[in-house]
Design a protein around this ligand. Structure first.
Ligand SMILES: Nc1ncnc2c1ncn2[C@@H]1O[C@H](COP(=O)(O)OP(=O)(O)O)[C@@H](O)[C@H]1O
Ligand SMILES: Cc1ncc(C[n+]2csc(CCOP(=O)(O)OP(=O)(O)O)c2C)c(N)n1
Ligand SMILES: [Mg+2]
Length: 344
């Protein structure tokens, strides 16, 4: 006999809360927000075949489902408190559930946040789509008024990004080719090994996000790719932006593969700007904060790169002005570039 709904919840998704007053098991969970703080709430869903390959390692899938939500909390400068997990499962596999909940709860422990509830249902599987859907709603807290919103960018501010961009997109492109039966070159296989964790196991920039309170004027996390995501800041802040493509932070494996394949540099920029799944932070800050940011980058151990600046709005819609000395031919393509969009 397999496990039924309540045995699954009891065995894999119930653990004593670290900080909530009441966790899994009642009609609602109960938790407290520190006095003088606001509660930050965010929700992101992952769908098999759309956000991940259904046969991906369950441990990394559990990790990523929570990581993408903690990344949204980080992007507000919020500290994680807890989250709910809603699962539509095509079938019950105890080995899969053990791995999935292991990856999920490991990351939760790392950020001192509790799984406080959720919902477990049976989904409908089909041949091309195994029906697995994972939704997490995460709760955090931030000192009242200190959240870093999308609407605070001011003309003249610098635009910064954390870490490197395009690694996950490069890994995905290589994985798709491998899965379609192509044999990857040695250089490609090496790049895939190096970059795959960036796709499957992203680390949310929680400490960086909190450290940027009072420093950054606006912020968001990069889930769809900078070319699309930065427009949300421009929309909210009523400005345009100039991006210096030559300054984009690219990882060594991505750069090396680009060199090895003798591709024009703008091919790597396309991954970095349109590929998505980076889960790095993009923020704006006044020029006067440059020294503070250099020190803060060392303190939290995350590289920060200045990639552009906020400029006066020219037209009706937000506009990105791409700049490059190194690859002017790339600029021809960039005006068309956007981020990942589910219905475009
Ligand atoms: N179905 C929905 N109902 C209400 N709000 C939604 C829905 N889908 C998305 N949103 C909201 O729209 C905004 C943009 O969503 P999204 O682009 O997914 O943000 P993010 O990239 O941070 O996950 C967010 O405030 C989100 O909460
Ligand atoms: C199998 C597979 N196909 C495609 C992708 C790429 N991908 C899917 S959704 C997405 C963007 C992020 O997802 P979204 O639902 O838009 O997240 P949000 O912006 O709401 O955080 C990307 C880059 C992937 N990671 N795996
Ligand atoms: Mg979302």
């Amino acid at each position: 006999m397999g496990m039924h709904e309540f045995q699954i919840i009891q065995s894999y998704f119930t653990s004593p809360p670290l900080r909530a007053d009441l966790g899994v098991g009642d009609d609602c969970a109960l938790f407290r927000v520190t006095q003088g703080h606001q509660c930050a709430v965010t929700s992101d869903m992952l769908v098999a075949g759309r956000h991940f390959f259904w046969d991906v390692d369950a441990r990394t899938l559990g990790h990523k489902a929570l990581a993408v939500n903690l990344s949204d909390l980080a992007a507000m400068g919020a500290e994680p408190l807890g989250f709910t997990l809603s699962l539509a499962l095509p079938a019950v596999s105890e080995a899969w559930l053990a791995d999935f909940s292991g990856g999920l709860l490991n990351l939760a422990r790392e950020f001192n946040c509790d799984l406080i509830g959720g919902d477990t249902t049976k989904s409908v599987a089909s041949l091309e789509h195994n029906g697995l859907v994972i939704n997490i709603t995460a709760f955090g807290q931030v000192p009242a008024g200190a959240a870093i919103r999308r609407d605070g960018a001011r003309v003249g501010d610098d635009v910064w990004v954390s870490g490197t961009l395009g690694d996950a997109a490069c890994a995905l492109a290589l994985l798709l080719r491998e899965r379609s039966g192509e044999v990857l070159s040695v250089a490609e296989a090496l790049a895939l090994t190096a970059l795959r964790p960036r796709l499957e196991c992203p680390m949310p920039r929680v400490a960086l996000g909190a450290a940027l309170r009072g420093v950054a004027s606006s912020m968001l996390d990069l889930s769809d790719g900078l070319a699309g995501d930065v427009r949300h800041v421009l929309q909210a802040s009523n400005a345009d932006v100039e991006i210096d493509c030559d300054a984009l932070p690219l990882s060594s494996p991505l750069k090396n593969l680009n060199l090895e394949q003798e591709c024009p540099l703008w091919h790597a920029w396309r991954d970095a700007l349109t590929g998505g799944d980076d889960y790095e932070l993009c923020f704006t800050a006044p020029v006067t904060q440059r020294d503070v940011l250099a020190a803060l980058s060392i303190h939290v151990g995350v590289p920060l790169t200045r990639v552009g600046r906020v400029v006066e709005r020219e037209g009706e819609a937000p506009n990105v002005l791409w700049r490059s000395e190194n690859s002017p031919e790339g600029l021809v393509h960039m005006s068309e570039w956007r981020g990942y969009n589910h219905f475009s």
